[in-house]
Design a protein around this ligand. Structure first.
Ligand SMILES: Cc1cc2nc3c(=O)[nH]c(=O)nc-3n(C[C@H](O)[C@H](O)[C@H](O)COP(=O)(O)OP(=O)(O)OC[C@H]3O[C@@H](n4cnc5c(N)ncnc54)[C@H](O)[C@@H]3O)c2cc1C
Length: 467
């Protein structure tokens, strides 16, 4: 018998599991186990009984069946970026998809099928080889799994819609260990639910996306302004975003300028407002917006101009790196009133004390808002901005202070935001938190689908929909 916390499973059962896999099983103490249980947020330090590193749908089915038969809690790991730690558990079984990274692009139909363990780097890299892209996250080491299942926004969302608005189908392993297909024609209730309902319904082994011609070079990049110009820079940003075509996406990021060669020495380590832009249209048109940002005021860092889209997608990778301690609270706003701008600047000045922290303003609207609210489980389509407090720090002893500061700032910003959340950025890991991501009728419909596909709540390590 192999003891693990309160759970036991027989050596024979374990042997059968191992013998039936293409991938591998990692147990505590084995080489690779500690690395495989690490997730993006260093605050999450959990020790699963076993980690099944899957190489395909067959392995996922075997892992699901093993966990169900042995009454093990299951965590599903895509890219491991769940801030609250949903992709690893204590004492249960982790279904680790991170070896499942194949991407097949069909340039004729302009579609791609990507396995559930891909990161956005994997998908962008392969699709850009054909000058195609789908809306993805803005940090390339983020997983497509969690990001897609929650909705998915990034530079291309205003032009092409959320990631889920470009999702054509999924292959999914249910709690019963059955592989099923969901699309608008097949299991449409499930297809509705996986577009915003998170990992509640099963393990998605592959996602099929509609692609769009883009790049490989776009007009984009970043410009940094000193904090004492942040107020006017954000007012300029608001005017620009509110009047811009869908092609233009500019994200505003309060951050500490990194010690990078492209940052002048006297700016390194100081707080700045970064405008990160990407134009999803002809470069000449996009360069017009580059000039507008450049000429608004003199940026202290100017890296705007033609840039490969895959580079654009990884510009803030290092800043949002693995291994720091993080607390993230995301919410929506319907605009950027003066009061919100003032609160953001004051928050960056006073509460954002660690160089690993950010406050992000991400533009939505455009095509995101044109899709009907009932079409997908992601329902808050009227939101014009996502406002995210993303605090990161190195020393675990600072955790209490940093989390409190992030909560305090979120409370101040709350006077100007909707109080609703993007399910992938809900800070509080409980039912109340999950409910902030869905209107009551959407939550009720998600419960119906949950009752049909996972009545025993086998997949519950997620923003959980109670069946
Ligand atoms: C640095 C950083 C940048 C981000 N940038 C963006 C952004 O630009 N746009 C945006 O929309 N969001 C963004 N997010 C939020 C992001 O969407 C969520 O953190 C998301 O959960 C990450 O997915 P993952 O697969 O990496 O995470 P994981 O921790 O692996 O998974 C998250 C949840 O999804 C489930 N899950 C993952 N894969 C599967 C699968 N294949 N099948 C079933 N369930 C699965 C997990 O069980 C878990 O419940 C960002 C987050 C971080 C930390």
């Amino acid at each position: 018998m192999t003891p693990s916390h309160n759970i036991v499973f027989s050596a024979e059962a374990l042997g059968q599991l191992k013998g039936g896999l293409r991938g591998e099983v990692l147990l505590a103490g084995e080489p690779g186990y500690d690395q495989a249980r690490q997730v993006w947020n260093n605050m999450i330090d959990r020790k699963p009984a076993l980690i099944v590193r899957c190489r395909g749908a067959g392995d996922v089915i075997a892992a699901v069946n093993f966990a169900r038969r042995n009454n093990l809690q299951v965590a599903v790991r895509g890219g491991g970026h769940s801030v609250v730690g949903h992709s690893v558990c204590d004492g249960g079984l982790v279904i680790d998809l991170s070896l499942m990274k194949s991407v097949r692009v069909d340039p004729v139909t302009q579609t791609a099928r990507a396995e559930g363990g891909c990161t956005w780097h994997d998908v962008d890299f392969e699709t850009q080889a054909f000058g195609l892209a789908v809306t993805g996250g803005q940090v390339s080491h983020t997983g497509i799994g969690g990001l897609t299942l929650g909705g998915g926004f990034g530079y291309l969302a205003r032009k092409f819609g959320l990631t889920i608005d470009n999702l054509l189908s999924v292959d999914l392993v249910t709690a019963e260990g059955q592989l099923i297909h969901a699309s608008s024609a097949e299991n449409p209730d499930l297809f509705w639910a996986v577009r915003g309902g998170g990992g509640n319904f099963g393990v998605v082994t592959s996602f099929e996306y509609r692609l769009h011609p883009l790049g490989p070079i776009v007009a984009g990049g970043i410009a940094m302004f000193p904090l004492n110009q942040a107020q006017s820079a954000l007012e300029f940003y608001r005017d620009l975003t509110e009047t811009a075509p869908d092609e233009l996406a500019v994200q505003a990021i309060f951050m500490t300028a990194p010690p990078a060669p492209f940052v002048p020495p006297d700016i390194q380590g100081t707080k700045v407002l970064t405008l990160a832009m990407c134009y999803a249209g002809p470069i000449e048109e996009g360069m017009g917006y580059v000039e507008r940002i450049r000429s608004f005021s003199r940026p202290v860092v100017d890296m705007l101009g033609p840039i490969p889209y895959v580079v654009q997608q990884s510009l803030v990778d290092e800043a949002a790196r693995f291994g720091q301690n993080y607390y993230v609270h995301g919410t929506f706003s319907e605009g950027l009133p003066d009061g919100l701008i003032e609160a953001l600047v004051a928050g960056a000045d006073n509460q954002m004390t660690s160089p690993g922290s950010f406050i992000l303003v991400t533009p939505l609207a455009g095509q995101v808002a044109r899709v009907s609210r009932e079409a997908t489980a992601y329902a808050y389509r009227e939101a014009r901005y996502s406002i995210d407090v993303n605090f990161g720090w190195l020393d675990l002893q600072e955790s209490e202070e940093q989390i409190q500061a992030a909560r305090d700032l979120s409370a101040v910003l709350g006077a100007f935001t909707t109080g609703k959340s993007y399910v992938n950025l809900v800070a509080e890991d409980d039912e109340k938190g999950t409910r902030t991501a869905y209107p009551p009728d959407t939550y009720a419909r998600l419960q119906e689908v949950k009752r049909k596909y996972d009545p025993a709540n086998f997949f519950r390590l997620n923003q959980n929909i109670k069946p």
